[in-house]
Ligand binder design. Structure first.
Ligand SMILES: Nc1ncnc2c1ncn2[C@@H]1O[C@H](COP(=O)(O)OP(=O)(O)O)[C@@H](O)[C@H]1O
Ligand SMILES: [Mg+2]
Length: 243
């Protein structure tokens, strides 16, 4: 093991269209076992940051490192094979396949470890074990999100990238998902999580970054940002007021 953080994005400039940079020098890092949040206004570049780390957006300058190794030019399937998991915001399960089939898809690079990983993932998400034969399209929103995370976990990643895991869920289900995410992290998976639910995100994260116009504007322990007047005023609004 090295002293390097698990994941580092250093000074990333990235975008979709020629001449238009969405990330404009954005840096974040995730330490071993950390749960790190990314919050910020709509359009700030949060999803773009996650996609840039996962090789899905053109990185124009800057570097992404996994335990010190440069992975900037790696493509998604290579990243999965070396321990980076990604759960996109939408369309993150195969609706017409069952829960079990979805999990098997998650393991297509390493089918030999099915028994072990099935036991581990259904241990973390007992619901997925109970619903193993059910088609994913018939699951509740929360169960689908569990399945999407479970699928990414099948490859036993050392770091998991989550894009808005609580989006579209009821407040009760959001709490459940956040609890699951904390459990996954406590089981040794380092996590970089984008969240629109800024207040809840700061409450459960070890550390967080506020992204604004493609730049990491603020960072610190979640509990500090939650009470930082600048962050509350500019980014949390009434959501940031702690009762
Ligand atoms: N596929 C795309 N092609 C062109 N522009 C995009 C694409 N996806 C996102 N953008 C633009 O990038 C900016 C940041 O988007 P995004 O990273 O999705 O923000 P966030 O996740 O913080 O809401 C927005 O201005 C958005 O319009
Ligand atoms: Mg987004």
């Amino acid at each position: 093991m090295s002293d390097h953080p698990v994941l580092v994005a250093d000074d990333l400039v990235a975008g979709y269209l020629p001449g238009v940079d969405i990330l404009r020098g954005c840096s974040v890092e995730v330490g071993q076992g950390e749960l790190v949040g990314i919050i910020g206004p709509n359009g700030a570049g949060k999803s773009t940051l996650i996609k840039a780390v996962f090789g899905l957006v053109d990185v124009r300058s800057g570097v992404v490192r996994l335990r010190g190794d440069d992975i900037t030019s790696n493509v998604a399937h290579e990243l999965v094979a070396i321990g980076v998991g990604y759960v996109p915001q939408r369309d993150n399960v195969f609706s017409s396949l069952t829960v079990e089939e979805n999990l098997r898809m998650g393991l297509y690079l390493d089918p030999g470890s099915w028994d072990r990983m099935w036991a581990r993932v259904t241990g973390l998400f007992p619901r997925l074990g109970e619903r193993s034969g059910q088609r994913a399209g018939l699951l509740s929103g929360g169960e689908r999100q569990m399945l999407a995370m479970g699928r990414a976990l099948m490859m036993d990643p050392s770091v998991l990238l989550l894009d808005e895991p609580s989006a579209g869920l009821s407040p009760l289900m959001q709490d459940q998902i956040f609890e699951n995410i904390r459990t996954v992290c406590d089981a040794g998976v380092s996590i970089l999580m984008v969240e629109q639910n800024a207040r809840r995100c700061l409450q459960i994260c070890d550390r967080a970054y506020v992204l604004d116009q493609g730049v990491d504007a603020y960072s610190g322990p979640g509990s500090e940002l939650l009470h930082d007047p600048k962050v509350v005023e500019l980014y949390l609004g009434t959501l940031g007021k702690v009762d």
